[in-house]
Design a protein around this ligand. Structure first.
Ligand code: ZN
Length: 505
């Protein structure tokens, strides 16, 4: 009786143990994370989108209660769901990387990466693309259990480079671009213990304690960052001429109607020119021609596709070197709107085309000095009631126009303010925009203020940020008193709010 009861208990215990083992194994898979460093211009929604998550999931994983509280440089835990995680390793292509350099960084061949990613040629890769480096596992990989040969262990015979040797070689070659292997950081959350963290990443408490020089492993504080040994973030595999210290594109995936920063840093003075979407780019040279910036607007009419950006680098009298990167352009995700206008004459395409042509010409200049600092400020102390980019249908017609600016619902007579320092380059009464002022802020950046009741500045006036330049009205094609505000960059009409929320270049 006693023995039977004992046997029953033992079976029950074994059952419980195996059940808990299974759930633990699943728990480990559920708990895999990656770390995302917040970049300029990102918000929780966009970050979540990149990982196929909802913003709430990222917020929960990081104990964030106010989604507006995230800051540039902040490290966010990105939970990888069981469904997404199957052991697949991916690398996100950065500017300056080639299939060859990425293959070398991970000890793979170009042919392997071409086949894994169903690519036709190495030239097809683009910035921001996620390349599969190691495919997801459907069954255990037998090579994982390969026992090293005696020769390899003793080192008695000359062996071809092992994977780890090739890897460290690649690391050395790339070290001038920064540490090729960033440590994986885990940010401690409320209720975490070192034991649980260790378990989650298949590590020992000892290993994490040593790696982080922890005096008391029992004492963790919320927000503390721990290096988790044995986990590596994707490395950078730029393959660029020696003179190039860095090549960055921000954001990596371009959106129609939005502005992108391209920066090239060189160890010696150089002259750089560039081309994108069939247009010559205006370079901004700084730091004795060692820092070369481009701020580029992606036209609203650009099709979703991959486009090359090419930069020509000239050092002294030597031959020019070309650097290229493929950039992905996607739609900006703007909405639709219907509008009713009483004066049908103002809807004549010819009237609109003539006005756009004149404005585009005015906005295509490039003043080599910059008058704005960091970002633009809002042009009126009034509620915003229409955003940029919305596709519009007038009087039941087609959605063939988009909203070229941002609207502020100011009462008639409300002050219109200069968004930054600059020079007034146009004051005129236009058919559609009514009383309009244009300010040149330098480096190809212009702002436009439309439908004003009165304009208070003259052509050629130098204005300061926040200066009153006019008042809100309803002149031109307007459904009521409001300020319509546009931002143009090198002749391209762009989303003004990006210029309020982000720092350029
Ligand atoms: Zn408007």
């Amino acid at each position: 009786m006693k023995s039977a009861a004992f046997r029953f208990l033992a079976v029950l215990l074994a059952g419980l143990l195996s059940a808990s083992y299974v759930s633990l194994a699943q728990g480990q898979r559920d708990s895999l994370f990656t770390v995302h460093v917040v970049q300029r211009g990102e918000n929780l929604f966009r970050i979540a989108l990149q990982y196929n998550l909802f913003a709430e999931q990222v917020a929960t994983a990081n104990g964030i209660t106010d989604s507006n509280s995230i800051v540039v440089g902040q490290r966010l835990i990105i939970p990888l769901s069981t469904a997404a995680w199957d052991g697949q390793l991916e690398h996100t292509v950065s500017a300056g990387e080639t299939l060859a350099s990425i293959a070398a960084a991970y000890s793979r061949t170009e042919a392997e990466l071409l086949s894994l990613n169903s690519l036709e040629s190495a030239a097809a890769i683009y910035v921001g693309q996620e390349l599969v480096i190691v495919p997801g596992e459907t069954e255990p990989d037998p090579s994982m259990n390969t026992i090293p040969s005696t020769e390899a262990e003793t080192g008695a015979e000359i062996q071809p480079l092992s994977a780890s040797e090739t890897l460290s070689d690649g690391g050395n070659a790339l070290s001038r671009y920064g540490d090729p292997v960033e440590p994986f950081l885990y940010t401690v959350r409320s209720g975490d213990t070192l034991f649980e963290i260790a378990l989650r990443y298949n590590q020992t408490v000892d290993a994490i304690t040593r790696e982080n020089n922890l005096l008391d492993p029992g004492l963790l504080r919320v927000g503390q960052q721990l290096i988790i040994p044995g986990i590596q973030l994707p490395r950078l595999a730029q393959d660029l001429p020696d003179i190039v210290e860095s090549f960055a594109i921000d954001p990596q995936v371009l959106e129609t109607g939005r502005s992108v920063r391209i920066e090239l840093r060189t160890s010696e003075p150089a002259s750089v020119s560039g081309e994108f979407l069939g247009q010559a780019l205006h370079v901004i040279e700084r730091e004795d021609a060692r820092r070369h910036n481009f701020i580029v607007g992606v036209p609203m009419v650009t099709d979703t596709a991959i486009y090359p950006v090419t930069l020509q680098l000239q050092i002294g009298a030597g031959a020019a070197v070309e650097i290229a990167a493929n950039l992905q352009v996607v739609g900006g995700g703007y909405g639709y709107q219907t509008i009713t206008i009483n004066n049908n004459e103002l809807l004549a395409p010819a009237v609109e085309e003539a006005e756009i042509e004149r404005i585009t010409e005015q906005m295509s200049g490039f003043t080599p000095d910059r008058y704005w600092v960091n970002s633009l400020s809002l042009p009126a102390a009034a509620a915003m009631n229409a955003v940029f980019g919305t596709m519009r249908s007038y009087n039941g017609g087609e959605y063939n126009r988009y909203h070229r600016g941002v609207d502020f619902a100011g009462a008639p007579g409300t002050s219109v303010l200069a968004a930054s320092d600059g020079t007034v380059v146009m004051v005129d009464r236009l058919h559609i925009r009514g009383n309009t002022t244009i300010i040149d802020h330098g480096w190809g950046v212009y702002t436009l203020y439309a439908h004003q009741r009165e304009t208070l500045v003259q052509l050629g006036d130098v204005v300061a940020s926040g200066q009153v330049i006019g008042t809100v009205g309803s002149t031109g094609r307007s459904t009521g008193p409001h300020l319509h505000w546009e931002v143009w960059l090198n002749g391209v009409n762009v989303d003004p709010l990006q210029w309020v929320q982000e720092v350029f270049p």
